[in-house]
Design a protein around this ligand. Structure first.
Ligand SMILES: NC(=O)c1ccc[n+]([C@@H]2O[C@H](COP(=O)([O-])OP(=O)(O)OC[C@H]3O[C@@H](n4cnc5c(N)ncnc54)[C@H](O)[C@@H]3O)[C@@H](O)[C@H]2O)c1
Length: 284
């Protein structure tokens, strides 16, 4: 009608399936991807999606039972998987994880730092052990992840690292100072590593999720016996959704999709960025 018909390429009528070149851009076929925090929530779903995209996934977490569950999900969809119990706090364990991943196929293409913890306390009540645990897990753990992945990716001349940050990094809230600071540190780690690793074509980006329903946040609607209080859950989710312009809360798959974009060649020109996947909760 406006004379654009010939300019906009094939219409949905002509093209019934995704074009193979587009599938190739987003594919992880033949690639090796490490995912920490893979026993639960965002890490688990990322492992599942990456396996669907063709990657051999190397899963790491403190929790062996959860790791086994994720591995079973990957096997169920026909994926290839290796699991390793590892504590991201300890550099030697993370270096060994990188070596394990590399040993699978002589390459390490993607590393997702998803392991993390959330604890809330007022600054005036902070205990030294709690502060140390939080910073060690959320910040030092991702630092060692970047270092271990970067070491191998330097040798092979490329790769993609995805750090999981948080909307909390942009948004100070009472009781969440240590968590927010750790995630603000992750954003700067991401930019610093992007600058150092660019020379060997390793891209480093972060995803800052808004509220995502995972076991990490589920304590908000457990009753005194640890059972799910359905009414409380409903109210909590409604309030979180209402805080976003699009009126939604997030699912692990929303973050996994963003991770797939950053892991794959679709994002070959993207590095040092924080992708805010949060329903518009925070805009930067
Ligand atoms: N759920 C949310 O709303 C939300 C929002 C923003 C950011 N995040 C971030 O997303 C990431 C994943 O969180 P999630 O919501 O899936 O939580 P989750 O609790 O479901 O999963 C976190 C996983 O990390 C593992 N882990 C914790 N400490 C570890 C350690 N020292 N070594 C190895 N593994 C360890 C846990 O065992 C768990 O399996 C975290 O970094 C979290 O801070 C979550």
């Amino acid at each position: 009608m406006f004379g654009f018909e010939g300019l906009i390429g094939p219409t949905t009528e002509d093209l019934k399936e995704m074009h193979p070149s587009l599938i190739e851009d987003c594919s992880l076929s033949g690639r090796v991807a490490v995912i920490t925090g893979a026993a639960s929530g965002i890490g688990q779903e990322t492992a599942r999606l990456f396996a669907q995209a063709g990657a051999l996934v190397v899963l790491a977490d403190l929790e062996e039972v959860g790791l086994d569950a994720t591995a079973a999900m990957v096997v169920e969809i026909g994926g290839e998987v290796v699991s390793q119990v590892a504590n991201v706090v300890h550099r030697a364990e993370i270096e060994a994880l990188a070596d394990l991943a590399f040993a699978q196929r002589g390459r390490l293409d993607v590393w997702v730092n998803a392991a993390g913890i959330l604890t809330d306390f007022a600054i005036l009540d902070a205990e030294e052990a709690e502060i140390d645990r939080l910073f060690a897990t959320n910040l030092k753990g991702q630092y060692w992840g970047c270092a271990a992945a970067g070491r191998v990716m330097q040798r092979q001349g490329g790769g993609s690292i995805v750090n999981i940050s948080s909307a909390a990094a942009d948004n100070p809230k009472p009781m969440l100072s240590a968590y927010s600071i750790s995630k603000a540190g992750v954003n700067m780690l991401t930019q610093s590593a992007a600058v150092e690793f660019g020379a060997f074509h390793c891209r480093v980006n972060a995803i800052a999720p808004g509220f995502i329903e995972t076991p990490m946040v589920a304590s908000a609607w457990l009753d005194s016996e640890g059972q799910i209080d359905a009414v409380q859950r409903e109210e909590f989710l409604r309030a979180r959704a209402a805080a976003t312009p699009i009126g939604l809360t997030g699912r692990p798959r929303d973050i996994a999709h963003a991770a797939l974009y950053l892991a794959s060649d679709a994002s070959r020109f993207v590095t040092g960025q924080v992708l805010r996947v949060n329903g518009g909760l925070v805009m930067r």
